[in-house]
Design a protein around this ligand. Structure first.
Ligand SMILES: Nc1ncnc2c1ncn2[C@@H]1O[C@H](COP(=O)(O)OP(=O)(O)OP(=O)(O)O)[C@@H](O)[C@H]1O
Length: 233
């Protein structure tokens, strides 16, 4: 597995006229498990933590490395290693048709238009989207769009997939479908989720509360910690 390391990584944002606000306290973590879930209340800092892992957010202090590569200094190399899947697939589906969108993801790894088309069609087929290859991405259902977005990320052959609440916009059937697809990946997965059933199927669960990691361990104890935290409020 890839080693993801946070060394006292903290994120602070400016508050106009009022100094700064810490949205992630100095955090030290080493993630080497195949499937790591990050859970916590709204606004607790989960996305901030997830976004640090591929440099979408930069640490204000401390360091984040993926396989020894610094997310700030070696940003391009880290982004090749770490694919990021957004909550709303509209954030990453930019081309008119499904096959063109996957081709865009393949632009760095596959050269030649016909080779790219062939590979993109294979990626769509592997995700059950072959018949939609030439359809507009807007004609897909929410679940299909999320699947396409994930397929686009996987097409870049990342070693780590970071998914930020990928099932939040989905119904029960699609939540199961995307959840199964993510948990079945051979890649290392960091999954930010409010779905405690999905979290319970991971190898390790990190609980974030009020900008800090407050529990970190096996799914049963972390989920229990989180539910007691919520119940105590
Ligand atoms: N660029 C920014 N500038 C100012 N505040 C920010 C910025 N990014 C995040 N925040 C704030 O930091 C806090 C943590 O945000 P974050 O998105 O990490 O939370 P989250 O746990 O993922 O929440 P949710 O479950 O609602 O998606 C929130 O209060 C958010 O408003």
């Amino acid at each position: 597995m890839t080693s993801i390391h946070l060394d006292a990584a903290a994120v602070r944002v400016p508050l106009p006229g009022r100094g700064e606000r810490e949205i992630l306290a100095p955090t030290t973590l080493t993630l080497t498990e195949q499937r790591v879930a990050v859970i916590g209340a709204n606004g607790s800092g989960k996305s901030t933590l997830a976004r640090l892992l591929n440099g979408l957010v930069r640490p204000s202090s401390g360091r984040v490395t993926v396989d020894g590569k610094d997310v700030v200094r070696d940003g391009a190399a880290v982004r090749r290693l770490v694919g990021f899947c957004f909550t709303d697939p509209a954030a990453q589906l930019v081309m008119p048709t499904c096959v063109e969108d996957v081709e865009l993801s393949l632009r760095r790894t596959v050269s030649g238009a016909s080779a790219r088309r062939e590979r993109a069609l294979a990626v769509l087929a592997a995700n059950g989207l072959e018949e939609h290859a030439h359809d507009s991405v807007h004609s897909l259902s929410g679940g299909q769009r999320q699947l396409l977005a994930l397929a686009g990320v996987l097409a870049t052959e990342p070693r780590v997939v970071v998914a930020d609440e990928p099932t939040t916009l989905l119904d029960r059937a699609n939540t199961r479908r995307i959840g199964d697809a993510l948990l079945g990946l051979t890649q290392q997965l960091v999954l930010v989720t409010h779905d405690l059933d999905l979290a319970a199927r991971c190898d390790r669960v990190v609980v974030v509360d009020d900008a800090r990691v407050v529990a970190d361990g096996d799914p049963a104890s972390s989920v229990d910690h989180y539910t007691r935290l919520v119940d105590s409020r």
